[in-house]
Write a protein that binds this ligand. Structure first.
Ligand code: GDP
Length: 458
């Protein structure tokens, strides 16, 4: 997703050197690239215009720090604005669901047919019933969830929700195509209250296009249910159209949030930006698989980083949490971010963490491009072996040597090679690799992402 933005910008970054300020003229080319890249990513034109104007306004007059070039400084501004557009301006807890103090908390699902409402209903039910949800930094605990379908038009819709509910192990309230949606809703609310459900999720009918009758119907359901969350479900593949659909729903209903589905597909992802911009509502979740565990909370900062090719270090750390020491992982992540001096002791710590991570493939995808390139050179089983050898070499060094690799002259290298059963060349290779890595960390510190991006687009 957004590969073009990264590539286009990195090309322009290279041409913008040696100027102390961002000005109308030195930002013009860059802004054109941003504009084109966003259009290519299927972001709607009015959104692109607005975004570029905002970046321009923020950028003009920005002082370019010594270690940066103007292109990099501009990338910084773009990143910040992108993060804002994705919802960072709404505050930290914006992507959390609010669950009513007085149960049941009703969640109303809205969106076109095929957007992923039923699937997302199942995913959310699973998420909440398993206690995955976090509110104000705390897990909310396991919720007793009831799901019901008010889709009386598509014959298989009710049956589909029944199947999904059985798969995730939550209670399904049967409904019937001969009933009126309002009656189904009333009955469901009553049932949820009487049986002390914490959450009631109401799946609704969708149409292939926006139509007035559907809007009236869902509005009536809204009035009747008084939901605490009204989620607009939209397919990330929708591209330009997403804007019109989002606008129609936002006009008809007081939405509280957006779920963007099918981000795992080859959607260019522009819908994320468009929908957020048009509705003004936070993206709360993204759907990343057809499977019912394929739901992730949305994080503006991470999405913006992904867009710019930074990889997704934070998700990486989270994915690894089950296996590794969180504090250590955080220390390393912080170090990478801050560009602090990164020595062989850190390198060794990092390797130890990597060993515990398990499945390399899915992790590599989340790393910034340079890391994953370097790592992909280590293939399959070789990776394990290589890792062990590298660790052997590092373990044969003293802590002082690891802290100050420049101490490693020929005689020490011979000792380390003998100690770890490898050749001196191999020790040298490791030191070279490490030096490259250190260089990269320095670049990250100086130029932030911008410098890293230079290496990316080519
Ligand atoms: P509804 O008509 O809005 O209820 O949409 P459905 O829930 O029936 O979903 C339509 C199709 O999209 C189904 O084939 C789902 O499996 C698929 N789908 C939904 N969410 C996702 C997702 O996040 N990723 C992928 N790959 N497919 C999804």
């Amino acid at each position: 997703m957004f590969e073009n933005l990264t590539q286009r910008m990195s090309r322009v970054v290279k041409t913008m050197r040696g100027q102390a300020r961002l000005t109308e003229s030195n930002t013009q080319d860059m802004l054109r690239e941003v504009r084109l890249a966003l259009l290519e990513a299927d972001v709607a034109l009015p959104v692109v215009r607005d975004f570029v104007a905002r970046v321009k306004e923020k950028a003009l007059g920005v002082e370019v720090a010594d270690s940066l070039n103007p292109g990099q400084a501009l990338v910084g501004v773009v990143h910040q604005e992108l993060t804002n557009l994705m919802g960072a301006d709404l505050g930290d807890n914006a992507s959390e669901l609010s669950l009513a103090a007085q149960p049941p908390a009703v969640i109303l699902m809205a969106g076109l047919q095929g957007a992923g409402k039923t699937t997302t209903t199942g995913k959310l039910a699973k998420w909440l019933s398993e206690g995955g949800h976090i509110q104000h930094g705390r897990k909310t605990g396991k919720k007793k969830v009831l799901v019901v379908s008010a889709d009386v038009y598509r014959p298989a819709a009710i049956e589909q929700l029944k199947t999904v509910a059985a798969q995730v192990g939550v209670e399904f309230l049967p409904s019937d195509p001969s009933q009126k949606p309002a009656d189904i809703a009333r009955h469901a609310l009553d049932h949820a209250k009487r049986h002390h459900f914490d959450v009631l999720i109401v799946d609704t009918a969708g149409r292939l296009g926006i139509d007035e009758e559907m809007m009236r119907e869902i509005r009536a359901l809204y009035d009747l249910l008084n939901p605490i969350e009204t989620l607009f479900v939209v397919d990330a593949m929708q591209g330009q159209d997403a804007v019109n659909v989002a606008k129609a729903f936002a006009d008809a209903l007081p939405l509280t949030g957006v779920v963007l589905t099918k981000l795992d597909g080859d959607a260019r992802g522009g819908a994320a930006l468009s929908v957020r911009h048009v509705t003004g509502k936070p993206l709360k979740f993204v759907g990343v698989s057809e499977k019912l565990d394929g739901l992730e909370p949305f994080h503006p900062e991470r999405m913006a980083q992904r867009v710019l090719g930074m990889g997704d270090i934070v998700s990486l750390v989270e994915q690894a949490q089950r296996n590794i020491d969180i504090a250590d992982a955080q220390k390393i992540t912080d170090k990478i971010k801050a560009g602090d001096k990164f020595d062989l002791n850190d390198f060794r710590d990092q390797l130890q963490q990597v060993k515990k991570l398990g499945d390399m493939g899915s992790l590599l995808e989340k790393l910034p491009a340079q890391f994953s390139q370097a790592a992909s050179q280590l293939q399959g089983g070789q990776a394990e072996q290589q890792l062990r050898r590298t660790e052997g070499i590092l373990n044969s060094m003293t802590p002082a040597e690891r802290a100050k690799p420049e101490l490693l002259k020929a005689s020490r290298k011979r000792r380390i090679a003998a100690g770890s059963g490898v050749s001196v060349q191999e020790v040298n290779r490791l030191l070279n690799q490490f030096e490259q890595m250190q260089g990269m960390m320095k670049q990250m510190k100086k130029g932030g992402m911008a410098k890293m991006m230079r290496g990316l687009g080519g």
